[in-house]
Design a protein around this ligand. Structure first.
Ligand code: BEZ
Ligand code: MG
Length: 578
């Protein structure tokens, strides 16, 4: 009995490992920096086109290739299959045919690929042709690069055509590059598509939380960025609305200016309280959207519903009972920087090692982001009133923090902004509730909705980028700048230790092994960029000093020797260059 249970368990573990490997393998990563004026190479183009082809594009009459293949193979329930967390032979079969079809397309063009797909799995040519035709248009635009020409025209003071700003996969209309980016009409946000996708994501987020905690979170803290909501036509905004249990309502001019309450019978769960910290860019671009979000919270707080199914009302009434505030204050949930200010500065404090206790980082976040944007009961606009007491009160009930990832190229260790925002607010919550919140990230990169914990996302980013030879060799082709990118990744990873304690110690060990303790690699880095190489070693030692990593004494010794050696070499090279 025991042995058969053991073997079932073992098989399950092997399967889980296999799925994790597939996830890392299939993750799309940039394999180098973009070189201004240079078009994408074939391999990179094929990867992009495969991703583009995995979404339905009704505006072009184009069907998602995986869906067409699934239907042709008689696999039912494609949508459910895509949403499944686990992989399966069916999924692999579909992905294999799609990859082959896109490869075929890159070599032989649209017409031939539609015929190939017909011969391979029996899809009628006229069904797949619109998709391949779209890929053809995108492929031609990827080959034509107007960036240098446009820059020269801009320098001559000439007119540059505008184009939408987004990810190619999300909106192929961004091509050709080399145009001025225009934003969106804030009143169009969230779009219907964004709302539909947000619903899946928000429900998946709650499912993950309830699976791990056995109940719904009393309140969630959401980070909303401007560019993301442009790219996704407001998915983040729509997620907030769906969590609250309302949908956007459009006025006679088709502007999203109001909300309608989704009945509890339809929602089938409590209304979740949300505290929103929006970036300075979001505040500037989406003023009417902030009004919409504020209105949504006020509307939900005022509903005549039992407290155990309306957490907004419960939290607001608790806050008022505690005597801290009146309704207007207690219901404030939309916060940003002071007018004219941007960012949290948490990233600068981390990068410059200017903090003693981690809670300072959370406090700095609140100092920078606790300006309330709301309308009071009389309809008077409050635009950026300093209100740390209200933010502290709202955060004191938060049990999970969350942000959406929206791009393949920029992930949570590529830039310092993710840890300054999501890490910053998580630390602020931890200090105010005396308990670390659950921290989640979703990506709206692929058709399937995937919610990951922050720790899982750090692991995935580390394996698919920082420690992946394909990634770092791609970076090293760019010489000085490439080494700076590697060092940035290490520093941003460190930022996740500082703000959220989300980095497994093995990550630092492997970084040390890959970039410092391997003498050949270390020499390459040093030759290309002494400054970043030195910072990288220093950062590893700082990670140890601050208790984020406890390597073997031998490793530590070698790192210390390395830094001492570097000081000498650095001084030496300065003397020589004089
Ligand atoms: C934004 O789009 O809101 C944003 C961009 C970069 C850093 C932080 C926020
Ligand atoms: Mg920046």
């Amino acid at each position: 009995m025991t042995s058969s249970r053991d073997s079932i368990e073992r098989d399950a573990q092997v399967m889980q490992l296999y799925e994790q490997l597939l996830e890392v393998e299939q993750r799309l990563i940039p394999t180098g920096l973009h070189t201004f004026g240079r078009a994408a190479e074939l391999k990179e183009k094929a990867d992009l086109l495969r991703m583009v082809a995995s979404f339905d594009r009704p505006e072009h009459g184009a069907h998602a290739l995986p869906r067409l293949v699934a239907e042709a193979l008689g696999i039912h329930g494609y949508d459910a299959l895509v949403q499944e967390a686990t992989t399966s032979e069916m999924k692999e079969l579909i992905d294999g045919v799609v990859s082959e079809a896109v490869r075929h397309f890159c070599e032989n063009g649209a017409d031939a690929s539609a015929s190939w797909l017909h011969a391979r799995v029996g899809i009628e040519r006229d069904k797949s042709l619109p998709t391949f035709t779209l890929l053809g248009d995108i492929s031609r635009q990827l080959d034509a690069n107007n960036e240098i020409e446009s820059l020269l025209r801009a320098l001559r003071g000439e007119y540059i055509e505008p184009g939408p700003g987004a990810d190619i996969v999300q909106n192929p209309q961004v091509l050709p590059t080399g145009r001025n980016t225009h934003a969106v009409n804030p009143y169009s946000v969230p779009s219907q598509v964004a709302f539909d996708r947000a619903r899946h994501t928000a429900e998946a987020l709650l499912a993950r939380y309830t699976h791990e905690h056995g109940r719904y979170p009393r309140a969630l803290a959401l980070v909303l960025w401007g560019l993301d909501n442009i790219k996704t036509a407001g998915e983040g905004v729509a997620q907030a609305l769906w969590l609250l249990g309302v949908r956007p309502v459009r006025d006679a001019l088709n502007r999203a200016t109001d909300v309608a309450v989704i009945p509890l019978e339809e929602l089938k769960r409590p209304r979740i309280d949300v505290v929103m910290t929006v970036s300075g860019i979001f505040r500037d671009l989406f003023t009417p959207t902030m009004t919409l979000l504020d209105k949504a919270v006020r509307c939900v707080a005022a509903l005549d519903e039992p407290l155990d199914v309306n957490y907004v009302r419960r939290n607001v009434s608790e806050s008022m009972k505690e005597g801290a505030s009146d309704f207007d204050d207690a219901v404030t949930r939309v916060f940003s920087n002071a007018p004219g200010n941007y960012g949290t500065n948490v990233n600068f404090m981390v990068m410059d090692s200017q903090w003693d206790k981690e809670e300072t980082l959370g406090d700095l976040f609140v100092t920078r982001k606790s300006f309330a944007y709301t309308r009071d009961s009389k309809g008077r606009t409050v635009e950026g009133r300093e209100a740390p007491h209200l933010m502290n009160d709202a955060l004191s009930r938060v049990e999970a923090t969350y942000q959406n990832l929206d791009s393949f190229e920029i992930g949570i260790t590529d830039v310092d902004h993710y840890f300054e925002y999501l890490g910053g607010i998580s630390k602020a919550v931890e200090t105010r509730t005396k308990s670390r919140p659950a921290i989640y990230i979703s990506d709206s990169l692929s058709p399937q909705t995937k919610i990951r914990s922050l720790e899982e996302t750090v692991r995935l980013e580390t394996r698919s980028k920082t420690l992946n030879p394909k990634w770092y060799e791609g970076m090293l082709k760019h010489g000085f700048r490439g080494v700076a990118e590697i060092e940035n990744h290490v520093a941003n990873t460190f930022g996740w230790s500082a703000t959220a304690d989300a980095v497994d110690p093995w990550i630092y060990t492997e970084i040390a092994r890959t970039f410092v303790l391997d003498p050949i690699m270390f020499e390459r880095l040093w030759e290309l960029n002494q400054y970043s190489t030195k910072s990288l070693v220093r950062r590893l030692l700082e990670a140890h000093d601050r208790g984020y990593w406890n390597p073997d004494e031998e490793v530590l010794e070698r790192l210390r020797d390395t830094i001492e050696g570097l000081e000498d070499r650095f001084e030496g090279s300065k003397v020589i260059s004089k």
